[in-house]
Design a binder for this molecule. Structure first.
Ligand code: NDP
Length: 321
């Protein structure tokens, strides 16, 4: 037996029950991983609340790191005892999780288990957003929202490493401090941010906005772009954006709008390894700092969701079985 978080219906954080469950058995091509820590991500809250449909009973979690305990038939790339992480797992809020071997990332020696669990999903996301969704180059002006969040703190550092000028929004003084320490050039509050962005770019607007906040920031994000700038709407922490009239992109200056998701930027082994090798190497080498803002026992998954949705967290949130 082991423990897992189980939801039997959609709802608030209270639907996340801590339950005894059977230890899973790895099928062909799978690894059984003893979870050292599972990452909490906003998408877990969308699935819990019913914004995204899932089958029940449902165990959240697509991110974890730990040690391979057993390998399924046909697995040759990993053996028992290997340390792995994943951003594409299933049912990771648990003591043991099954991970498809082709989606398992080897963890380098220089990275501890908690950092390895904290990095994959938000790190791969930050990587694809700035290297592939919009290829950021030195001198670009970039606006990103929620700069002290999990994706936000990683984005700021990776953008600064590319030589971009980084503008970011946050809601509190503590978060402002964290965004500054990560390297942001200008830290704004949400109130009136498009106006401040114009001022800071001599009226021109930014080359790209990375917006994971969604409903509350979408209009302001569009108004912050330069002519032919791009809005990468990659999440909806404040709620989903209502339907948009494409004519607004014309009026805004022949703008580009995209709604990217991680799976489409990890299309094969080569792409997955390119991105994960770069972010793991940066973290292991110390150039990319991974802030673990909070660690909760697995049994407290509901509280972790409450705090993430309540804007109380910074950096990464982990669950420890
Ligand atoms: P964060 O740690 O960034 O937490 C969300 C932050 O959003 C909050 O801390 C808060 O920061 C800000 N926020 C603004 N308005 C609200 C609101 N009304 N309710 C809650 N939070 C709000 O989370 P993650 O780093 O895990 O994820 C950030 C976004 O990225 C999410 O939308 C997520 O879905 C998305 N994402 C998308 C992926 C993709 O591939 N498309 C992959 C990974 C994440 P503040 O208080 O400073 O405003």
């Amino acid at each position: 037996m082991t423990h897992a978080i189980v939801a039997r219906q959609a709802g608030g954080p209270e639907v996340l029950e801590y339950a005894d469950v059977d230890r899973p058995i790895p099928g062909p091509g799978q690894l059984l991983v003893k979870v050292a820590a599972a990452g909490v991500n906003f998408i877990d809250t969308y699935k819990r609340s019913g914004v995204y449909k899932v089958p029940y009973p449902f165990t959240p979690g697509s991110e974890a790191a730990g040690t391979v305990e057993e390998v399924g038939e046909g697995v040759t790339a990993f053996v028992s005892g290997d340390r792995v992480a994943t951003a594409e797992g299933h049912d990771c809020y648990a003591g043991y999780a099954l991970v498809d071997a082709d989606k398992a990332l080897p963890v380098p020696d220089g990275l501890d288990d908690f950092t390895a669990a904290a990095l994959p999903l938000q790190g791969l996301t930050a990587h694809y957003l700035i290297n592939s969704t919009f290829k950021v180059e030195a001198g670009h002006n970039v606006l990103l929202h929620a700069g002290a969040g999990g994706v936000g703190l990683l984005l700021i550092q990776l953008l600064k490493a590319k030589g971009a000028r980084v503008l970011t929004t946050v809601s509190t003084d503590e978060k402002e401090q964290l965004a500054r320490e990560a390297g942001a050039d200008h830290v704004l509050r949400y109130e009136g941010f498009p106006h401040h962005v114009r001022e800071l770019t001599n009226g021109k607007g930014v080359d790209v906005v990375y917006d994971g906040v969604g409903r509350d920031t979408f209009d302001g994000s569009l108004s912050s772009l330069r002519v032919r700038g791009m809005l990468a709407l990659f999440g909806a922490a404040s709620g989903p954006v209502p339907p948009v009239d494409p004519q607004r992109l014309n009026a805004g200056g022949s703008l580009f709008l995209t709604r990217p998701t991680m799976g489409h930027y990890l299309r094969d082994e080569a792409e997955r390894r390119w991105r994960s090798d770069e972010i793991f190497a940066a973290a292991a080498g110390g150039s990319l700092k991974v802030r673990i803002g909070a660690r909760y026992p697995l049994s407290q998954a509901g509280q972790a969701h409450r705090d993430l949705e309540g804007r109380k967290t910074t950096g990464k949130v982990l669950l420890v079985p």
